[in-house]
Design a protein around this ligand. Structure first.
Ligand code: MG
Ligand code: MG
Length: 276
């Protein structure tokens, strides 16, 4: 994927230092949120269906049906050849898992679902991790902590900050979460968030860690998809032969939470809200 840098640090350090992240008008933010709310509906439908015995392909069908019923298109389907409407990533799969009928959920699994919808020319992108039945204590901590890191880290998404202030906030939140939950977490190396608008992946790339104060300036109306990916072990990952599935290199479990977030004068605004 050309939006994922060869070397995260190279691309982020000094990334168009004085450039600003494109700003959307309030009307455009409303239009983006309309797309984002459809993603939220699809994710809730998947969460309600994610029970032992259900395959990830069934979840994919549920998401696609929800998106199309709302008059939108599943952004992922056909994106760079991806076959699904969701990425379904179970346990040690971090992201980009391909939905299939052989992957059947069982009690104790963690499944991360990432979904995008295109509506009236705008894209929403959001992800969550679901606990299937009763999960182990460390998996539960990982999941809760990753959601918390997203909500904490996105507080840096305010006008006047620079891109890597968000990266730094995500890293600091991760370190704070380790103390709060009592586990060590790996911040997955080489994957992160991104600009978003008419396309799902727009500039700039947003690292999930690093020193703050660098990169383009966040303006009122700038939008980023913010998406921490944490593991219970290694920061390193491997891509399977299908060229999509990203697994942790040590088999440790992963969680992934994402919102499309706008910087506004009133603070960060989530454009992919979910009812409940
Ligand atoms: Mg996503
Ligand atoms: Mg994304």
């Amino acid at each position: 994927y050309d939006w994922v840098p060869e070397t995260v640090k190279e691309k982020t350090v000094g990334f168009r230092r004085n450039k600003k992240i494109v700003a959307r008008t309030p009307k455009e933010l409303d239009a983006m949120q309309a797309a984002g709310e459809i993603v939220g509906e699809a994710l809730i439908a998947c969460r309600e269906a994610a029970k032992p015995g259900v395959s990830t392909l069934e979840l994919d069908a549920i998401a696609e049906k929800t998106i199309r019923a709302a008059g939108a298109k599943p952004t992922f389907k056909g994106y760079e050849g991806f076959p699904g409407s969701i990425c379904a990533s179970v346990n040690d799969i971090i992201v980009h898992g391909i939905p299939d009928e052989k992957t059947v959920l069982k009690d104790g699994d963690l499944i991360s679902i990432d979904c995008g919808a295109t509506y009236k020319g705008w894209v929403g992108d959001s992800a969550l991790t679901i606990e299937v039945g009763t999960v182990a204590a460390d998996a539960k901590a990982l999941n809760e902590a990753t959601e918390w890191v997203l909500m904490e880290g996105m507080q840096a998404m305010v006008p006047g900050n620079r891109l890597t202030d968000v990266s730094h906030a995500l890293e600091m939140a991760t370190r704070a979460a380790e103390k709060k939950w009592g586990y060590n977490f790996g911040i997955v190396d080489g994957y992160g968030g991104h600009g978003i608008g008419h396309e799902m992946h727009e500039d700039p790339y947003l690292a999930n860690e690093g020193r703050g104060g660098r990169g383009p300036i966040i303006q009122e109306g700038s939008v980023l998809a913010i998406e921490p990916m944490l593991t219970l072990g290694s920061v390193d990952s491997v891509v399977f032969d299908d060229d999509w599935t990203v697994a942790s290199i040590d088999g440790s479990w992963a969680a992934h939470w994402e919102h499309t977030v706008a910087a506004t004068a009133d603070g960060p605004r989530i454009l992919t809200p979910r009812k409940n």
